[in-house]
Design a protein around this ligand. Sequence first.
Ligand code: ZN
Ligand code: ZN
Length: 132
Amino acid sequence: MIKGSCCCGAVKFELLNQPSMMGTCHCSRCRKVGASTIVFVRKEDLKWIVGREHVQLFEPVSPYIYGRCFCRICGTSLGEILSDADSFPIAANALDTELSVRNSLHEFVDEKPSWYEICDQAKQSKGHPAPS
Ligand SMILES: [Zn+2]
Ligand SMILES: [Zn+2]
């Protein structure tokens, strides 16, 4: 059981299983909302405890395509936690329990600011990783 919450505690949820993968996106969008490191969760693993009504969706503005969820009280980034997809990314920052998964990729490294140094051996790609 993995617990997740926002900074103010209004939003609380649990994951019934470990996330399937962790990645870090260095694009300006993810950086600005503070959700660069994300984990993918399966829809059936997400269990709401409290505060789903406090989650606000920031709709993407073209050319961007990904919605951004956050707690409307404290602003904590929550990734795509309101998604209807079978699997979707949420911000690793919002998780309170230790994870067994480790970062396995860096994407959009061309948009990475120079002050952020990549210090792991994870795969890197300039944009979205090519399907393997
Ligand atoms: Zn909050
Ligand atoms: Zn990004």
